[in-house]
Design a protein around this ligand. Structure first.
Ligand code: ZN
Length: 172
């Protein structure tokens, strides 16, 4: 089932997500729903806080919804090593109509658990590494807005507040 995506400034996006210790049916369903949500919303990555769950769980597929050939489900992911630098133009399903250039590590070493709780460790490069860093940011309550310049962020915040006011007026 596709889940609704939390949109900035939803406070759930700012919480530090909790580690997962249970791999039962509830968690399996969440993984399945997150993968479906990621693909249906045309994303290449999704973190559990984006669907309102404060858990350290991310889904990543650099090949995108058309190919669906690079799916990874990472539980309690940790970035152990970083090397090099790459600049990426990033957007986020939780921050609509916003894009910004972010400096990320070019190569990372990741340690995590898979969806069944088995440990995995691997190296990621380039686009895959960028997506993982973006999603791990979500687990720590960090959004692409935090990487943007103050000016750019200020403009976006203003736009969001204006939309909120319009919505409130419409509802009252
Ligand atoms: Zn995001």
């Amino acid at each position: 089932m596709k889940l609704p995506v939390s949109i900035y400034p939803d406070p759930v996006l700012r919480l530090r997500a909790e580690p997962i210790g249970e791999f039962g049916p509830e968690m399996q369903q969440l993984v399945t729903d997150m993968v479906e949500t990621m693909y249906e919303d045309d994303g290449v990555g999704l973190a559990a806080p984006q669907v309102g769950k404060g858990l350290r769980l991310i889904t990543v597929d650099p090949t995108g919804p058309k190919e669906r050939k690079g799916l990874m489900v990472l539980v309690n992911p940790e970035i152990m090593e970083r090397e090099g630098e790459v600049e990426s133009e990033e957007g986020c399903l939780s921050v609509p109509d916003f894009k910004c250039a972010i400096r990320r590590s070019h190569r990372i070493r990741v340690r995590a658990l898979d969806r069944d709780g088995a440990p995995v460790e691997f190296e990621a490069l380039d686009y895959q590494a960028v997506i993982i860093q973006h999603e791990v940011d979500h687990l720590n309550g960090v959004l692409i807005l935090d990487h943007a310049s103050r000016l750019k962020r200020g403009i976006y915040d203003k736009k969001v507040r204006k939309l909120q006011r319009q919505r409130e007026k419409g509802e009252s």
